[in-house]
Design a protein around this ligand. Structure first.
Ligand code: NAD
Length: 475
């Protein structure tokens, strides 16, 4: 094992830290916070959570553990006394509205970070709410709308885990790497327009968040059990939402079940089917070609919006951006069983951690359609290396928790930026903090396209004039 334990203290923090939620991500990030943020002693931390997960770890560190599920009715009463100017609200929960907590943190003068935009319970799945409003697109618009009510102010970093989060920084590094390899002279991109112009100049047509998790457990998945390497509740709720993708300007036809939204930035579309029931083709260096789920995620929308090139109101360029998620094999079986039950959850849930036998979470971005065809850039973290680097983590959780750490540090270093998405942050600073925890970080070119080996079966269904059409990528 080559991993040496990182020990750099990146910044100092004098405020209090309030965790909301202490599941797999909360438990995994705590040791990293104590290791890398100076002055962050346990007596200035409190955990507010809805179940007993992580209680033993909190006790071992001497951190108060408040078992109190937050609701729309009680969250202000519980959190307000815990937050003063200069404190930090770290939201790592499910079923608690991010928008409500962002507003509250801002009012209290506290910094804030979450890893996805969560609604109150039912916000993802209520069939009485139109599909467009059950989307991550709508949740993002509602979070960004707070900028109008509260421009500037204490920094609130939204959606900063691995994905959404870290992958936005991978995209920028990948764009620069491709430009260098093509010997394209590039001045350091700074603004959103600079990055969009670079992506357009390179001719990037699609960006996949291409993830293949090969971690397996000593204990096989049982019948009527949902197994995953991170939150089962989180995966099930996002997998039940309509599939969503940033919709590129090279696409010729909207899918038959595809819809645009009639409000907001218009960078993304949604499909009238759950993401956990929608599969796409993609490629990673270790796995090769594979089929993943097109699960809706914030980064599909924010990256496609960030890289949109406009002249006046006219959209001249945008890549198609989406997740192509092959979770661990036990989760694939779990999704299959879940779908067979018409999306009614199994009676038992298990998040893999100590019971992982081996495997790698290969998480990166695949930028394709350019002069070198396809380029994947990302992390290949094994369970062995993750365990050597930090306690209470798997390969999957460590990619998330180190990005939570880097986002928190960036917020502490930039405390008055208002509401900020990953794409708007300093990618170099975040990658610098994350890199020691990501295992091999590799860039790899490939001649793979979604037409690979598909000529013999149903050639009439393929668009051979442009392999990077979504119609070729969708299974
Ligand atoms: P988990 O299921 O392991 O834990 C969820 C936590 O939320 C638990 O501690 C639970 O008690 C708490 N919680 C639930 N309802 C609550 C309520 N009403 N009030 C207070 N706390 C409540 O989940 P996890 O794997 O730790 O994930 C946490 C969050 O991070 C989820 O929203 C998930 O979607 C997100 N996530 C993001 C990424 C990313 O890369 N961006 C990756 C993994 C997880």
């Amino acid at each position: 094992m080559t991993a040496s334990i990182p020990s750099t203290v990146h910044t100092r923090f004098a405020g209090r830290l309030v965790f909301v939620g202490f599941g797999s991500i909360g438990q995994g990030v705590l040791p990293l916070i104590l290791r890398h943020i100076g002055g962050m002693s346990p007596e200035r931390i409190i955990i507010v959570t809805a179940d007993l997960a992580g209680q033993a770890e909190a006790e071992a560190y001497g951190i108060p553990f408040l078992l109190q599920p937050l609701t729309q009715e009680n969250y202000r009463q519980i959190l307000q006394p815990l937050l003063a100017p200069g404190d930090f609200l770290l939201n790592l929960s499910v079923d608690v509205s991010s928008v409500a907590l962002i507003e509250l943190a801002g009012q209290q003068g506290a910094l804030y970070l979450d890893t996805c935009i969560e609604p109150w319970p039912g916000g993802y799945t209520d069939p009485n709410v139109p599909a467009s409003l059950r989307s991550n697109y709508a949740l993002r618009e509602s979070a960004l709308a707070l900028r109008k009510i509260r421009p500037g102010g204490p920094t609130a970093v939204i959606t900063h885990g691995a994905n959404p989060g870290l992958v936005s920084h991978f995209v920028k590094q990948a764009l620069l790497n491709i430009a260098t390899d093509l010997a394209l002279p590039v001045r350091d991109p700074v603004s959103r327009e600079d990055w969009a112009a670079l992506a357009a100049r390179l001719g990037v047509k699609v960006i996949h968040i291409a993830e293949r998790d090969t971690q397996t457990s000593f204990v096989p998945k049982a019948v009527d059990e949902f197994v995953n390497t991170w939150s089962v509740d989180g995966f099930v709720s996002e997998g039940s939402q309509p599939a969503e993708l940033g919709w590129g300007t090279h696409e010729k036809t909207l899918p038959a079940d595809g819809h645009r939204h009639d409000f907001g930035a218009d960078s993304a579309i949604y499909l009238m089917r759950p993401g956990a029931g929608t599969r796409v083709r993609s490629w990673t260096p270790l796995a090769g070609h594979y089929q993943g789920f097109l699960i809706t995620h914030g980064e599909s929308i924010s990256i496609s919006d960030f890289l949109t090139l406009r002249v006046g109101d006219d959209v001249r360029y945008r890549p198609t951006v989406h997740y192509a998620y092959h979770p661990c094999d036990a989760a694939v079986l779990s999704v299959h069983e879940f779908a067979g039950r018409n999306w009614h959850l199994q009676s038992r849930k298990r998040i893999l951690m100590e019971d992982i036998a081996h495997g790698v979470d290969e998480l990166g971005v695949l930028l394709a359609g350019h002069a070198r065809n396809a380029y994947w850039y990302g992390s290949q973290l094994s369970i062995e290396e993750a365990r050597a680097l930090a306690p209470h983590n798997s390969a999957t959780s460590l990619q998330v928790t180190v990005a939570v750490l880097s986002g928190m540090i960036w917020a502490m270093e930039n405390p008055m930026r208002g509401i900020v998405e990953p794409d708007e942050m300093d990618f170099r600073r975040n990658l610098e903090i994350c890199a020691p925890y990501l295992g091999p970080v590799v860039g790899a070119y490939s001649d793979w396209t979604p037409l690979y080996q598909r000529g013999e079966l149903f050639p009439e269904t393929l668009d051979t004039s442009d392999p990077w059409q979504f119609s070729n990528i969708r299974v």
